[in-house]
Design a protein around this ligand. Sequence first.
Ligand code: GLO
Ligand code: MG
Length: 343
Amino acid sequence: MSKFKFTVGPWNVHTGADSYGPETRKAIDLETKFARFAELGFSAVQFHDDDAVPNMNNLTEEEIKAEARKVKAMLDKYGLAAEFVAPRLWMDPHTTDGGFTSTSEKDREFAMWRAYRSIDIARELGCDLIVLWLAREGTLCAESKSPVTATRQLVEAINNMLRYDDRIRVCIEPKPNEPIDRSFCGTVGHVMGVSAATIDPKRVGANLESAHAVLAGLDPANEIGFALAFDKLFTVHLNDQNGIRYDQDKSFGVENLRQAFNQIKVLWENRYWEKGYVGLDVKAMRTTSDEDSYEHLKNSLEIFKALEEKVARYDYDYANKLIAERKFEQLEMYTLNLIMGLK
Ligand code: GLO
Ligand code: MG
């Protein structure tokens, strides 16, 4: 039995389309996904604003809330909670140059409108968390934006959200690049800086994604630990990534088991299960068939739980003795033996 509770977004079961080719699997409707998520043992669902309320640009504020209530009823039917809502500020024609840091004032206003609507949707779904994956908040042409102005715009956008609702928490999911060339908020360290500059730092934290840390050349477990040290880890997006290349969203642990083990270890040592959910931001391979559409989720859960079981029986007395004697060769071998199943 895992101590943790797991979450997933509807986008984690997708059609296989990428930048170079079209769909390879049939689209699956939201309710069918909910049913399977519940069956697989997930406790909650993560949403983009328009996953919950498609076509929201053309609806009134009241219509948006009414649509969100229908989704809440559907979640209730499957015993699922909502974990967060994220304004999808990268798909829309209004956000070609980003949202909060766009060079167009009209587009910045649109981004705020979507952020407020995301808060409305979160309220209706019964959750208090807004995730900002700042997809296009950066530059393609380095000279097109001032990094100072953009950083301040980001802080001000978050302040507006905090003022709009005094219970909502805002959580930045940092990523150093892709789809943007240079991002303004690329690591958990950046998030901590932005958080500290807001009007209510307690309500502004981080969503660490393993793949994004690897893309920044950083260790995901240390990034998780950095946020935990400030009590600012509001959620996580665990997955895996083969080095510094395109964002891969591989199943958790398939690329680097030791790194995966250490992410669970730091979450475990800090009783993260009392603070937040474990989100699995993983994608199926393009070659995966329709009938295997959920296999990567099953695999990620299975790998997480198997590694959690190893973390649970990590021999801290032995490890601490080795640390005291500075016998790091033995400590490394003990850890590797445990991961390899030889201990
Ligand atoms: C992409 C991100 C993306 C977000 C999701 C929630 O790199 O990881 O999947 O996590 O859209 O905002
Ligand atoms: Mg993510």
